[in-house]
Design a binder for this molecule. Structure first.
Ligand code: V55
Ligand code: FE
Length: 488
C-alpha cells in the first residue's frame, strides 16, 4: 500500500484504525472457563477498509466487510477471519487502490467500477438454507461458505429476488425458520419502493409484497410480529439529483416526522398504514410482538441525528451530548382510526445494539440485552483521547416486563461491541444462557471476546477469550448452533 490512512477519527484510535488482516487462530487463549455446553459458531462482520479512501475521507459505514467466525466446541474457541470478496474489493485489490467515492453514491466512483456491484457486504451476517449471507442494505446479499468463509458471490436466491436491494436486518421466524426480509429503495437508487419477502428454510420464495413509501428514506432495521410487518422510515431522505451532483446519499430532515409503515403479513400491502411520531432517530429493533389488536415494538430512539456524517441541508449536526436517547416501547393500536403512537420509555439510559433471545423473535418476550453508555463512569481520556463514535461502556440486561436492569461496567478503558444471546440448551427457558460479545481495551489496543451468564451480567465474565490481535469496531452478527453451520 503506497499511502497511509487519513489521520481522521474514522481511521484512527484503537476502535477505528483499520485491522485489515485475514487468517485463523487455532484454540484461543482463555481466562476462566468456556462452558462445554456452548457448541456452535458466532459469526459477525466489521467494515474494515482495504485501502485509504479515494477521496481522502470516508465514513465508517463504507468499509469493506470482514467476517469473523468464532467456533465454540468442548470449552475451546477457534477463530477465523476473512474479507467478503466483493466485486468492489476484487477491483480494488487489482488496482491496489480504492476506486470508490462517496458512500452509496455510485456516481462518484472511478469509471473502472461503474458496472460492478457497489456493495461492501459489511453490515450483518446470517446463515440460512445452508448459506452464510453477508448483507448490505444497498444490494442483494453475498453468499459465502459458512465453514471456509469462502465467497461464492452475489446471491439473488436463484433468480427469485426481484428487488435491487436487500436488508441487513432480516429476521428468522422461530416457528417456521422462514427468512423474513425486505428491501427499500427497492427499484433502484432513491426510489420510494419497498418490498417485503418471506423465504422458506430451503430458500424458496413464499411471499412478496410491494408498497410505496411517502418518500425515499432509510429503513435500516424493521420488525415482524406474528401478524404484522413494521417499517421504521427514518428522517434520512435519499435524493437522486443530489447524488448525481456528487452529494451524499442521505440527508437528515429535522422537519420530518418518524414514520412507521405497518401492513399485515398475510395481506397484499394495500392495507399499509403510516403511523407517525415527532422527529427523532429510530434505532435497532430489540423485539416486537402483537396481541391481535395492538403491536408493541421495542426500539431505542434518540432525540436527533446521531449520524453526524449525514447532516441536514445547512450542514448542521447536533453535538452528541445534546441528544437524549432511551429504549422505548412503541405501541400501535390497529383498531384505532388515527395514526398516533403511544411511546413509553423502557430505560432511563442510552443504549443500542439491542438483542433478545431469537427463539422469541416476534413473540411476547421478557429478556433484552444491550450495550449502554453511562457518561458518569470513569474513562481514561488522558491516555486514550476522547470517547470514539459508538462508544458503549456497559453491558445491560433489561427485563422488559418488570423494568429491572442489570449492568456491568468493565473499567476506564473498555467498550463493547454488539453482543449475541446464546441459549444454554435448545430447550432452555427464555433468557437462560450466555451473552457473548467483543470488548475493546482501548488503552492496551487489544480485543477480548467475553462470555457472560445472561442472568448474572453484573457478576462480570465467566470467561475472557483473548485475541492475539486487535479487532476493529464491527456491526452485527449471529449465533449458529452445532457442528455444521447451515446444515438444512
Ligand atoms: C447503518 C449501517 C450501514 C449502512 C446503513 O447502522 C445504515 C446503520 C454499515 O452500514 O450502510
Ligand atoms: Fe444495523
Amino acid at each position: 500500500m503506497t499511502s497511509p490512512f487519513p489521520n481522521k477519527p474514522e481511521f484512527t484510535g484503537s476502535l477505528y484504525e483499520p485491522a485489515r488482516f485475514e487468517g485463523a487462530v487455532f484454540d484461543l487463549e482463555v481466562e476462566g472457563k468456556v462452558p462445554d455446553e456452548i457448541d456452535g459458531t458466532f459469526f459477525q462482520v466489521a467494515p474494515d477498509p482495504q485501502y485509504p479512501p479515494m477521496l481522502g475521507e470516508d465514513i465508517f459505514f463504507n468499509g469493506d466487510g470482514a467476517i469473523s467466525a468464532f467456533r465454540f466446541k468442548n470449552g475451546h474457541v477457534d477463530y477465523k477471519r476473512r474479507y467478503v470478496m466483493t466485486e468492489r474489493l476484487k477491483a480494488q485489490r487489482s488496482a491496489r487502490a480504492s476506486l470508490h467515492g462517496v458512500y452509496r453514491n455510485p456516481y462518484t466512483n472511478d469509471e473502472r467500477v461503474r458496472d460492478l456491484s457497489n456493495s461492501t457486504a459489511n453490515t450483518n451476517v446470517v446463515v440460512h438454507h445452508g448459506k452464510l449471507l453477508a448483507l448490505k442494505e444497498d444490494s442483494p446479499p453475498y453468499a459465502l461458505d459458512p465453514v471456509t468463509l469462502e465467497t461464492i458471490g452475489l446471491y439473488d436466491f436463484n433468480g427469485q429476488l426481484t428487488s435491487a436491494t436487500f436488508t441487513a436486518h432480516p429476521k428468522i421466524d422461530p416457528e417456521t425458520g422462514d427468512l423474513l426480509c425486505f428491501g427499500y429503495e427497492a427499484k433502484g437508487e432513491a426510489t420510494p419502493d419497498i418490498v417485503y419477502y418471506e423465504i422458506d428454510r430451503h430458500g424458496r420464495m413464499k411471499r412478496e409484497v410491494w408498497i410505496v413509501a411517502p418518500y425515499a428514506a432509510m429503513i435500516h432495521d424493521f420488525a415482524v410480529t406474528e401478524n404484522y410487518v413494521i417499517f421504521p422510515l427514518m428522517p434520512l431522505t435519499a435524493d437522486l439529483e443530489r447524488m448525481k451532483q456528487g452529494g451524499k446519499h442521505f440527508q437528515w430532515q429535522p422537519g420530518l416526522d418518524q414514520l412507521f409503515g405497518i401492513l399485515r403479513r398475510d395481506g397484499d400491502g394495500r392495507d399499509v398504514r403510516w403511523f407517525k411520531a415527532p422527529n427523532g432517530f429510530q434505532g435497532h429493533t430489540l423485539n416486537a410482538f402483537d396481541d391481535g389488536g395492538k403491536i408493541y415494538v421495542d426500539m431505542p430512539v434518540t432525540s436527533g441525528n446521531i449520524f453526524y456524517f449525514f447532516p441536514q441541508s445547512d450542514g448542521i449536526v447536533p453535538p452528541p451530548e445534546t441528544l437524549s436517547s432511551k429504549m422505548m416501547r412503541w405501541t400501535f393500536d390497529m383498531r384505532s382510526k388515527g395514526n398516533s403512537i403511544d411511546v413509553q420509555p423502557l430505560t432511563n439510559f442510552a443504549c443500542e445494539f439491542p438483542r433478545s433471545d431469537d427463539r422469541y423473535c416476534g413473540r411476547q418476550y421478557r429478556h433484552g440485552f444491550v450495550i449502554a453508555m453511562d457518561p458518569s463512569k470513569p474513562f481514561d481520556e488522558d491516555r486514550i483521547g476522547p470517547r470514539p463514535f459508538q462508544f458503549f461502556n456497559q453491558l445491560a440486561h433489561l427485563d422488559v416486563t418488570t423494568g429491572k436492569v442489570q449492568t456491568w461496567f468493565a473499567d476506564d478503558q473498555s467498550c463493547f461491541q454488539e453482543p449475541i444471546f446464546v441459549p444454554r440448551r435448545p430447550d432452555a427457558a427464555e433468557g437462560d444462557g450466555y451473552v457473548i460479545g467483543l470488548c475493546n481495551r482501548l488503552r492496551e489496543r487489544s480485543t477480548d471476546l467475553l462470555i457472560m451468564d445472561a442472568q448474572h451480567l453484573a457478576d462480570g465474565p465467566i470467561a475472557t477469550v483473548k485475541l492475539p490481535m486487535r479487532l476493529r469496531m464491527s456491526l452485527h452478527g449471529n449465533w449458529v448452533p452445532g457442528e455444521q453451520p447451515g446444515a438444512v
